[in-house]
Design a protein around this ligand. Structure first.
Ligand SMILES: Nc1ncnc2c1ncn2[C@@H]1O[C@H](COP(=O)(O)OP(=O)(O)OP(=O)(O)O)[C@@H](O)[C@H]1O
Ligand SMILES: [Mg+2]
Length: 280
């Protein structure tokens, strides 16, 4: 279990965590949401030992984060930071292999290369293995970095907005794979997302940050309500539930009052045909 106790973080005059405490269980996808600038990335960097805290304790499996033993602490992590550019002349396969940098010897084992190729294959990107990463699209780079984080075989996997550049298909490829691997490998997974509906579909545990405080935490179906969305984001919203009980958040534009109606299957096919016709 990853345990955070009475954490206080301040950068310059900005208080980003005020006596924050929570614990995250292995085998669960923990999703952090909250407004821009609220300290989500700072919290991940702090867990990784990149940011000096004012006070508080961070521990995992009987080990406490201490500056003296930072490299040992970090070995437990796979970390995909927000917005990394891959401006290097390396192939996608080489970038994925860097996930195992800690344990790579002078000569690369065939088994390690096979594992990296299999990681690419599982997320549908095997065809990019030999391509230079500085010639890939933003979304393709994001997927390659995801494969790299998985290669580390972490105990704690942190992903900061991992789907920000991904199309709908790859958002679900990444998140389904992440969910399955988290459960299979018993990882503590911590991910920052802005899309509340993806958070609702994939979080086993949702942590809502605002003004340095953890204002709510729990299963999305228990805590995602119109009043929470409005108090955190200052945006009105309706929250409905699908048949599995998963919340669906629909935000409401100011100065507009509309009601929704479901589109019938017949209308759905008509709309698709019309758009294809107009596009051609
Ligand atoms: N090294 C630093 N020194 C001083 N202030 C910092 C530093 N890093 C971040 N900040 C400030 O801390 C605040 C929180 O930043 P952080 O990146 O954690 O926000 P975030 O919640 O991840 O936002 P976003 O959703 O936009 O990614 C911001 O106001 C930012 O300017
Ligand atoms: Mg951030």
């Amino acid at each position: 279990m990853l345990q955070v106790t009475n954490l206080n973080i301040a950068l310059d005059d900005l208080i980003l965590a005020k006596d924050m405490s929570f614990h995250l269980k292995p085998g669960k996808v923990n999703v952090i949401i909250g407004p821009n600038g609220t300290g989500k990335s700072t919290l991940l960097k702090t867990l990784f030992g990149d940011i000096q805290t004012e006070s508080g304790e961070i521990s995992f499996a009987n080990q406490t984060l201490q500056r003296k033993q930072l490299s040992h602490w970090r070995k437990q992590f796979g970390y995909m930071p927000q917005d990394i550019r891959l401006d290097v002349e390396l192939s996608a396969l080489e970038v994925v292999l860097l996930g195992q940098l800690d344990s790579l010897g002078l000569r690369l084992d065939d088994s390690v290369i096979k594992e990296a190729l299999s990681a690419l294959d599982k997320i549908g990107l095997l065809h990019l293995a030999d391509k230079q990463v500085n010639k890939l699209s933003g979304g393709q780079c994001q997927m390659i970095l995801f494969a790299q984080a998985l290669m580390r075989k972490p105990k704690i996997l942190m992903l900061d907005e991992p789907v920000s550049a991904l199309d709908l298909h790859f958002q679900h490829v990444l998140l389904d794979h992440l969910d399955a691997q988290t459960k299979e490998q018993n990882w503590v997974t911590i991910m920052v997302l802005h899309d509340l509906n993806l958070a609702a579909q994939y979080a086993d545990n949702l942590l809502v940050l605002k003004d340095g405080k953890l204002v709510a935490s729990g299963h999305p179906s228990d805590i995602l309500t119109p009043s929470l969305v409005e108090s955190v984001y200052k945006v009105k919203a309706e929250v409905t539930r699908d048949t599995a009980g998963v919340p669906f958040v629909r935000t409401i534009r100011k100065s507009r009052s509309v009601t929704t109606k479901s589109i019938s299957p017949k209308e759905q096919t008509m709309n698709v045909k019309e758009s294809v016709y107009q596009a051609s």
